[in-house]
Design a protein around this ligand. Structure first.
Ligand SMILES: NC(=O)c1ccc[n+]([C@@H]2O[C@H](COP(=O)([O-])OP(=O)(O)OC[C@H]3O[C@@H](n4cnc5c(N)ncnc54)[C@H](O)[C@@H]3O)[C@@H](O)[C@H]2O)c1
Length: 382
């Protein structure tokens, strides 16, 4: 075995997704075994000294900061993982690249296509590894879907339909401040919040997007804030689009925050001449597959595959639990970060299986074209 590469980790953030990433960094060294890297939990930065101190104690970092610039100047740091809110992606990532650090950045890569292009260009010029955290690529059932497409099992692929719906803005009485996707500093609406996942999985499975005709919608124009004041909503609550892929296939995108009863309902289907597939994040271990060419005439129609079968070439089945012992949401992040760490250690490319800053940038381009199309009522070529 090669000597182990020591990866000196610095993380920004101590929120929900930082917990997911820390869980991954703790778990990978013994679950992805043997490996050729070791992780040194060097430092963490949060908005306040107290938040940083808590994160240091909770996850076992050696240093804590409330200023990311000081943290990133440290030569012990070789990998920066940005788990901050969307508007805090650009500046710290550019700072990390300036210091020659490898970078993982949560989605959306930035607040605009222009910002993300600068991040991509800077990372490429510096020769550092870069990843946008499009974790859903790394769910075993999604990875298997990609393999089936590459094997030509579906024949000519005609159409993609992807829909991501959540309930966080469904109630008309939800206070203005509690609308997380509102344009109050955390993100820029539902497209940036969850629509980018639909776009990335469509590009991952179908190929590049060539054109979109979009609709960007606010369903609840005003809400009452916690002081009882009526406030205008300034955010996208629905992102809808018709897409054309460079292969000639078509696509439909939906992302909505106003879906009562939904939880984290991300579903997609792909329809081809010889087969079709569908997947649902709320039942993530299963890929539903229809293949025209069946060896048993009576057994036709969609088959539900538990993508956990050891010895059946099912992605990650040798890493996790025995067949049928399902894995959960956080494992997408663990698998994605394990892939990135092994790329740092081996020097191999992050893409095309992993999402790089190029993929983060392309998602922004598509999102902006959908909004532009919604305003101009024209189909936009990209
Ligand atoms: N890939 C996914 O499935 C997924 C899921 C949820 C969230 N996310 C993304 O993860 C990111 C974080 O989301 P979250 O839900 O963890 O948010 P959060 O609000 O729970 O956490 C954000 C953290 O960043 C810290 N922070 C804010 N400003 C800072 C600054 N200037 N310096 C240092 N720290 C600062 C906050 O104190 C907080 O600890 C967002 O970009 C979001 O879009 C991705």
């Amino acid at each position: 075995m090669r000597d182990k590469t020591t990866i000196g980790l610095a993380m920004l953030g101590n929120g929900f997704i930082a917990r997911t990433h820390n869980n991954a960094f703790k778990t990978i060294p013994y679950m992805f075994w043997p490996n050729d890297f070791e992780i040194d939990m060097v430092s963490v930065c949060d908005l306040t000294d107290e938040g940083a101190r808590q994160a240091k104690e909770r996850y076992g970092y050696r240093k804590a900061y409330s200023d990311f610039k000081t943290m990133l100047a440290d030569p012990e740091v070789t990998l920066f993982d940005n788990c901050g809110p969307d508007p805090m992606h650009y500046e710290p990532v550019m700072e990390a690249i300036k210091h020659g650090k490898h970078v993982i950045c949560e989605k959306p890569l930035a607040m605009s296509a222009a910002q993300s292009k600068k991040m991509l260009d800077a990372a490429q010029a510096a020769g550092v590894k870069h990843a946008t955290m499009f974790n859903y690529r790394f769910f075993p059932a999604v990875t298997l879907a990609k393999t089936l497409i590459e094997k030509g099992a579906l024949g000519q692929i005609n159409h993609f339909r992807g829909s991501y719906t959540q309930p966080y803005g469904a109630g008309l009485d939800i206070p203005y401040e509690d609308i997380w996707y509102n344009n109050t500093g955390r993100t820029d609406g539902v497209g940036q919040g969850i629509g980018c996942h639909v776009i990335d999985l469509s590009r991952f499975l179908m190929g590049e997007v060539k054109a979109v005709a979009g609709r960007s919608k606010t369903y609840v124009d005003t809400r009452i804030d916690k002081q009882g004041k009526k406030r205008c909503m300034d955010c996208e609550e629905g992102m809808l689009a018709v897409a054309d892929f460079s292969t000639g296939a078509t696509g439909i995108y939906e992302a909505l925050e106003t879906a009562a009863g939904r939880r984290n309902y991300f579903v997609w289907e792909i329809l081809g001449s010889d087969g079709s597939m569908e997947w649902n994040l709320e039942n993530p271990n299963f890929l539903r597959v229809y293949l025209k060419n069946t060896t048993v005439q009576e057994v036709t129609g969609f088959t539900e595959i538990s993508v956990t079968q050891q010895g059946a070439n099912h992605p990650y089945s040798d890493v996790w639990w025995p067949s049928g012992h399902n894995i959960g949401w956080e494992h997408g992040h663990i698998n994605a970060i394990a892939h990135f760490l092994s790329c740092i250690a081996s020097g191999e490319q992050v893409g095309p299986s992993g999402a790089t800053f190029f993929d983060g940038y392309r998602a922004e381009v598509v999102l902006e074209a959908i909004k532009e199309s919604s305003v101009s009522d024209k189909r936009i070529f990209i």
